[in-house]
Design a binder for this molecule. Structure first.
Ligand code: NAP
Ligand code: MG
Length: 479
């Protein structure tokens, strides 16, 4: 069984402790590989390497040169598309069609950020007549990144692409349950010519490697994607040395269907928004709000399609794969048991493929409704293929319910009424609103992030580069 190593100070090496962690295929529960169990010493070495790289060469490498290296990396990702997609499917249990999308998007991140690396510039500001004021957009320095297991390839690419384009060096801690594609991406980065000391990747447990990274006094910024609880811990650690954080902490995103919507167009998109990656998507459309007078007709249509869905091993490339781990399956089943205990009606369930044995972490997609707005199923992030349907009376009621959770990440809005499209979109408290479409995760150009408990700061698009740089103002009195 191969053991993947960590990249610190320009070299691949085992963890300082020599310990490893088995990597399990979620489709059958069988360990097929091992990763290094990095800890505080490995993080220290990684941060020192990133610091040295930043000070000695990376911060003075011209943007166009950084851009060329990032573009080459994107081309290598494209050239290794099939290999990366298959690895992602084995590691995370995603059906291959999803991993294919992820590999394509990963290459697009590098393409996008390669083009931005030489276009980060400041401004001149009118001031008093005997002064000239200019601003410089500068990198932050050494940046720490803690990413989850749900989209390692996409999130690895967006993090590495944006960070290097902004002129920072990085230490990346992927999730121990899904990180093999990130390690392969890192190998490709070195092949593309990106200096090995500028990009450091330490695998390991969150409480060990992750906590050490968030608390490291020589890290200038921390980006985190994951659960709100761990997000709080990471911010507390970063606050001990007063550095900024970008926090992407999940959601309970509503899909709002008005009676005048194009039902045929809406149904497949709404289904995909909850079954994509078995619902383990921060921007999953996990609440479906339907206008009272359309409720029965829309639910019938949706339930019919839902019953046709099949969940099974990644390799069979069905509608839905397994969850990431036994712990995640137990967590999702806990939500389902409580909802059944509360008497929330099940409208439809998908089926399990014959090859989906109990050794894999399968939960077939399930449709609940009507879910009382006060029930946990309507308010908490399940992170599984579970869609909760809620009725609403009118536009005002829809907005009230949509805004009624602690989260505010994304929303989908289905109506043919142009005035309502804009009115409701403007009233929703979240970071992204899709009108007559929904694209959980996609669109590398589109700023992404939340308000309220969904976090702060933005990933993706040019906006991410603002979070990863700082502005210096030079005030020059020329007399
Ligand atoms: P998590 O614990 O928040 O994990 C996210 C990342 O943080 C992983 O890399 C994890 O490492 C790391 N981490 C864990 N504890 C840490 C600590 N004390 N200090 C620094 N880093 C730490 O999420 P999870 O346990 O995998 O999933 C639990 C729930 O979180 C899910 O059911 C879901 O509701 C939510 N979640 C949301 C997202 C999202 O995209 N917003 C993603 C994942 C999970 P290890 O995993 O290697 O320990
Ligand atoms: Mg795995």
């Amino acid at each position: 069984m191969s053991v993947a190593q960590i990249l610190t100070d320009g070299d691949w090496r085992p963890a300082n402790s020599g310990d490893t962690i088995p990597m399990v295929d979620p489709s059958d529960g069988v360990a097929f590989s091992k990763i290094a169990r990095g800890g505080a010493e490995d993080i220290n070495r990684a941060v020192a390497s990133a610091r040295k790289a930043f000070e000695s060469h990376w911060s003075s490498t011209p943007g166009f040169e950084r851009g060329r290296l990032i573009r080459r990396l994107g081309e290598l990702v494209d050239a290794h598309h099939d290999e990366l997609a298959k690895l992602e499917s084995r590691d995370t249990g995603k059906p291959l069609k999803q991993s294919n999308v992820d590999a394509t998007v990963a290459a697009r991140y590098f393409e996008f950020y390669s083009g931005a690396a030489d276009k980060l510039h400041g401004d001149t500001i009118p001031f008093m007549s005997d002064y000239q004021v200019l601003t410089l957009r500068e990198p932050l320095g050494v940046t720490g990144h803690i990413i989850p297991w749900n989209y390692p390839l996409q999130m690895g690419a967006r993090t590495i692409g944006a960070t290097l384009a902004a002129g920072n060096t990085l230490v990346l801690k992927p999730a121990e349950e899904g990180c093999l594609s990130v390690l392969r991406l890192t190998e490709l980065a070195l092949e593309a010519g990106i200096p090995a000391d500028a990009i450091n990747v330490v695998t390991g447990y969150g409480e060990e490697a992750g906590a050490a990274l968030a608390a490291h006094a020589d890290v200038d910024h921390v980006s985190f994607t994951g659960s709100p609880e761990v997000g709080t811990l990471v911010q507390q650690a970063a606050a001990t040395h007063n550095v900024g954080c970008t926090m992407e902490l999940g959601g309970k995103s509503p899909q709002i269907v008005f009676a005048d919507a194009d039902f045929e167009a809406a149904v497949p998109v709404i289904i995909n928004a909850i079954i994509q990656n078995a619902g383990q998507t921060c921007s999953a459309g996990s609440r479906l709000l339907i206008e009272e007078q359309a409720y029965d007709e829309f639910v019938d249509l949706l339930a019919d399609r839902f019953r046709q869905l099949r969940a099974g091993p990644a390799i069979k490339d069905l509608d839905c794969g397994p969850l990431i781990s036994e712990a995640q399956r137990a967590r999702v089943n806990g939500f389902l048991d409580r909802a059944r205990g509360d008497g929330v009606p099940i409208i439809a369930e998908a089926s399990l493929d014959a090859d989906a044995t109990d050794a894999g972490y399968f939960v077939p997609p399930v449709l609940f409704g009507p879910v009382p707005d006060s029930n946990r199923l309507a308010r908490e992030e399940v992170f599984g293929p579970v869609l909760s349907i809620i009725r609403f009376e009118d536009e005002e009621d829809a907005i009230r319910i949509a805004n009624g959770t602690a989260f505010g990440l994304t929303a989908g809005l289905w109506t043919e009424n142009g005035g309502r499209q804009l009115r409701v979109a403007k009233s929703l408290r979240c970071g992204q609103v899709f009108v007559n479409s929904y694209g959980a995760g996609g669109g590398v150009e589109l700023p992404f992030g939340g308000v309220k408990r969904s976090g702060h700061g933005r990933e993706k698009g040019l906006e991410a580069l603002h979070d990863l740089t700082t502005v210096k103002t030079i005030i020059l009195r020329h007399g």
